[in-house]
Ligand binder design. Structure first.
Ligand code: FMN
Length: 365
């Protein structure tokens, strides 16, 4: 099928499909998924969060393991994806944020996506390199603060923004109450507000805006583009692909999930997050604890002595297939996952859905 949608341009980079695969930690999107998405014509993204945690020396040498594995993952992805653009997702809240940015740039990464905090120091760290800098925000206000600060201090704008709405997976940039009482602003309203606050900085050259969180079908990609976005970021649907780096049991958990299984949790690092209900979540909701002596402190807001569990280890456990004792992050639309397919097949489906709308879905009876 000929592609029905416009390419996505971020500065001098251009990819045929306006779709970014959202970075997913811990080790859910590494070289396998990222290279497959980039090869298929989207932007594949490696998640840097605790990327070295499966290494034998992770406990005595956390930063060293993270640095080594990030390099390896970027090189492997590059080898598989050739000259297609590849991105890395580096959360501002990571204690090794600066090092992860430096290594990504040394390894010639094309794009750095950065949320979970305001990435104020990114332009300084990226000075002299061609890497594209794309902050992830959940409000027009955050986009305005970052842009104003970067222009004033470094004379440059962000190369694009990802606007992440309340239906996304993982940690969320909204309050617990906004999420549980359905009071968060709709994604496309935040898009409109963001376009408005960025106008003074655009001078005829709009900053590409990529929206994500709860975008599942191709016709929702169309709605986002028609509302003025240049691209979308999707994660949940990419978990249900053969190429996703998580264990088969993790993907099976997505397949089996119903709407009632999706819960908002208060993560130990202070932010709310969206996850799948399982025995682990139920134990935490009852107030049980899984204390550890933390040798590494991977997230700036974490206070290990006060944390009921180690979020990095809980996420890794789920990624490795222990879906009862691990923490399974997910987006709000997980109940709509029906099959596990290849990444190229997913792009085909999204294009059909984009063109034909809901009629492209097989009827159930
Ligand atoms: C399992 C999982 C892990 C995630 N991990 C990260 C992460 O490490 N950093 C980040 O910025 N966003 C993370 N996210 C958010 C995604 O990158 C993405 O923006 C969001 O999930 C998009 O919404 P969707 O899942 O409805 O498509 C994660 C999401 C999921 C489902």
């Amino acid at each position: 099928m000929e592609k029905p949608w416009p390419s996505l341009k971020i500065g001098d980079l251009e990819v045929p499909h306006p779709i970014v695969q959202g970075g997913m930690g811990v080790r859910i999107s590494i070289h396998g998924l990222a290279s497959a998405v980039s090869l298929a014509g989207g932007i594949g993204v490696i998640a840097a969060a605790a990327i070295g945690l499966e290494e034998p020396d992770a406990f005595r040498n956390f930063s060293g393991a993270d640095e080594r594995v990030l390099r390896q993952e970027i090189r492997k992805a590059r080898e598989l994806a050739g000259d297609r653009p590849i991105g890395v997702n580096i959360m501002v809240a990571l204690t090794d944020f600066t090092k992860m940015v430096e290594i990504s740039i040394e390894e010639g990464i094309d794009i750095i996506f950065s949320g979970a905090g305001l990435p104020m120091s990114l332009p300084k760290l990226a000075r002299g390199s061609k890497v594209k800098l794309v902050p992830i925000v959940s409000s027009a206000r955050a986009a305005a603060i970052i842009t104003k600060n970067w222009v004033k201090k470094y004379g440059r704008r962000p190369d694009a923004f990802v606007i992440e709405g309340a239906l996304a997976g993982g940690h969320l940039g909204f309050s617990y109450e906004e999420l549980t009482e359905n009071r968060a602003k709709p994604l496309l309203t935040i898009l409109e507000e963001t376009r408005k606050v960025l106008e003074p900085y655009e001078e005829g050259e709009p900053i590409p805006l990529i929206v994500g969180g709860g975008i599942f079908y191709g016709w929702e990609v169309r709605q986002a583009l028609e509302a003025g976005a240049q691209g979308v970021q999707m994660a949940t649907r990419f978990v249900a692909t053969h190429e996703c780096d998580a264990a088969p049991a993790f993907k099976e958990a997505y397949l089996k999930a119903t709407e009632e299984d999706v819960v908002i949790i208060k993560s130990p690092v202070g932010m709310p997050g969206r996850a799948l209900r399982n025995p682990f979540i139920e134990a935490m909701m009852r107030g049980e604890k899984r204390p550890i002596t933390c040798p590494y402190l991977c997230l700036k807001p974490c206070v290990p002595e006060k944390s009921p569990y180690c979020i990095a280890l809980a996420l890794l456990l789920a990624k490795k297939g222990d879906v009862k004792r691990g923490l399974i992050f997910t987006g709000a639309r997980v109940a709509e996952v029906r099959e596990i397919i290849s990444v190229p097949h997913l792009f085909q489906k999204l294009m059909e859905e984009y063109v034909r709308g809901p009629e492209s879905l097989p009827t159930s009876g």
